[in-house]
Design a protein around this ligand. Structure first.
Ligand code: SF4
Length: 586
């Protein structure tokens, strides 16, 4: 029966069927529901031969155009490994990274009863994906992984398997000690060493603050054990913003008594007070002085109850924030990270250098590498550090800090007699070694007798108003300073400076911008250390895969292997020939 639509010269159903079957190749084997919907209303344009659908606005030209029809299948024949291309990053990573050593390493951290926990290899792989994809939230990480076939393949999950709950990731991160993360880092470094990516002799060291997971708004005042009211009166006078409660009371106070108590001595507190007064005087006159966050804060007077290990620190040109300090060492050959660690952000670089060097030297030695040159910026400069490096047979390329002076201007040092000659040619002899309590450094004192300067024409400019004799102190490590300065100013030193700038600084940039180190998403120094290690592992693995890919493309690896084989064969046959040669004595 032909069906017609009002106001249209509709084609009878029989005609439509014919047209569809012959000229338009319309697939009538589609769903019956679709066929029924089209049949009563369709007509064919005589001019163009198109199918006209009066219930729609336009003309549908069927021709060779395809139209995907989606009907969800209940059962599908699907193999995840077939869908992942051979050159996919995660597929290659899966092939290169063997984390099976984690099973015996972490066995002791699991209980004997209760629910089965997350597979340690899956946990580490999930964490790695987070840093490789620059995702710092565990919840986002799981959502992201569940949508990516290549990541599912990498972590060993099929598409219909449920991924671990996001809070399992953070709980497992807390469960495993720092040593497990360091072990994974060392294993990945060993992979890089094996491929010849790490030379070891020159290491560039640098640091950068990484934002902690705590807000400045929740800062609380530190109080002494006794005289609480007295102390609060003193410190609250510093800034008007500290008179009341914090801007935002922290939900949970994780600090212990030691962190809530003022540890600074009277002199240090006086210094803070002086700085605060100056700051308050300048600040109170500025517009917006009463705004939220407009208060002078110091680690000596404030602490964060949210994350007591986070410290207030400031970078030139940046706002004060609660941070951790990341200390990073990079091998200058292929920019592989050889060491990373989280420190309190109020520590100084030069105080942390010995710790870094000891750890770094041990790790390189374990890999069969020799550490020779230590390259760092001025922040790591100190006489103690130069002496420490020399004692370990390491050459320092660390520019001296601005306050270093080998002695007063115009005075000449005579090493053979360990004394100075003043501009008038008078001897200023060495008198004693002492510890400067202000800077905590070892110094040497040089002092002339009164009678030496009595008739000197330069007396007023040289001694000042009240001094009767010439007296000054110089660092105990003057020789080490001078040897280091000679190295820094040599052509090799200039080359090392360039190496440092082009090595460790871009690595930090990559970690903070692309490897999830823009913020620490955990609480506490130990957790921050784990986060930093994971970020460095992700970075090294990315470098490693890039390196082996480049090598296989260029054939450098094969060349090295064939040379090695050739040398081995030559050695073998050389030895054989020697054995077969007739002995003249026989
Ligand atoms: S005042 Fe004394 S130390 Fe200074 S230049 Fe004169 S003699 Fe030398």
């Amino acid at each position: 029966m032909a069906m017609r639509s009002a106001g249209l010269n509709s084609t009878p159903l029989a005609t439509y069927r014919n047209v569809c079957q012959c000229s338009f190749a319309f697939n009538l084997t589609l769903k019956p529901a679709l066929r029924i919907a089209f049949v009563p209303v369709a007509q064919v344009s005589e001019k163009t031969g198109s199918l006209i659908l009066p219930n729609q606005k336009g003309i549908v030209t069927l021709g060779m155009q395809g139209k995907k029809d989606y009907q969800e299948k209940l059962f599908a024949s699907f193999q995840l490994s077939e869908r992942i291309p051979k050159d996919n990053f995660y597929r290659r990573l899966k092939g290169a990274l063997d984390l099976d050593f984690l099973y015996p390493l972490t066995r002791g951290h699991y209980g004997n009863s209760g629910q089965k926990s997350i597979d340690p290899v899956v946990f580490f792989k999930l964490c790695l994906v987070g840093y490789l994809e620059n995702i710092i939230s565990d919840r986002h990480l799981i959502a992201h992984c569940s949508m990516r076939l290549d990541i599912l393949y990498f972590i060993g999950y099929d598409i219909d398997e449920e991924l671990p709950w996001h809070s399992t990731i953070s709980r497992t991160r807390q469960l495993f000690p720092e040593a497990v993360f360091e072990e994974v880092f060392t294993k990945v470094l060993a992979l890089c060493v094996e491929k010849g990516m790490v030379i070891g002799h020159t290491q560039a060291i640098d640091s950068a603050p990484v934002k902690a997971n705590a807000s400045m708004d929740t800062l609380e005042l530190k109080v002494p054990g006794e005289e609480l009211e007295e102390h609060l009166k003193k410190v609250r006078a510093i800034s008007s913003m500290d008179r009341e409660e914090p801007h935002r009371k922290s939900k949970k106070d994780r600090s212990d008594k030691g962190q809530r108590t003022v540890s600074a001595n009277t002199n240090e507190l006086e210094a803070v007070k002086g700085r605060n007064k100056k700051w308050a005087k300048d600040q109170d006159q500025r517009p917006g002085a009463g705004n939220k966050g407009s208060k002078y804060t110091s680690n000596k007077t404030h602490y964060s109850p949210t994350d007591p290990d986070a410290r207030i620190s400031v970078k030139p040109g940046k706002a004060r924030k609660l941070n951790y300090l990341s200390q990073l060492s990079v091998d200058t050959a292929h920019h592989v990270i050889t060491d990373i660690r989280a420190y309190h952000a109020d520590g100084k670089d030069n105080q942390q250098l010995p710790d870094i060097v000891k750890r770094l030297g041990k790790r390189l030695w374990q890999q069969g590498l020799v550490f020779e040159n230590c390259v760092a910026d001025t922040g790591y400069s100190s006489g103690e550090n130069y002496a420490f490096l020399e004692n370990r047979n390491l050459r320092s390329f660390i520019p001296p800090h601005g306050t270093y002076k080998g002695g007063p201007d115009g005075f000449e040092y005579v090493r053979s007699h360990d004394h100075y000659l003043c501009p008038q040619g008078k001897v200023i002899p060495f008198t004693k070694v002492f510890n400067d309590h202000r800077t905590g450094t070892k110094k040497k004192e040089y002092r002339a007798r009164k009678h030496v300067c009595v008739d000197c024409p330069l007396r007023s400019s040289c001694l000042g108003k009240s001094a009767q004799e010439k007296k000054f102190s110089v660092t105990y490590y003057r020789d080490q300073y001078e040897r280091n300065i000679a190295r820094v100013e040599s052509p090799e030193g200039r080359y090392m400076k360039g190496k440092r700038q082009s090595t460790v600084e871009p690595v930090f940039g990559t970690l903070t911008q692309f490897m999830g180190l823009r913020k620490i998403n955990t609480i506490g120094l130990a957790q921050a250390n784990k986060v930093m290690h994971m970020s460095a592992i992700a970075y090294n693995l990315k470098k490693y895969l890039k390196f082996i890919e480049k090598r296989s493309k260029s054939g450098a690896g094969q060349l090295a292997l064939s040379t090695l084989l050739k040398n081995a064969l030559m050695l073998l046959f050389g030895a054989l020939e020697k054995d077969l040669e007739p002995n003249p004595q026989c």
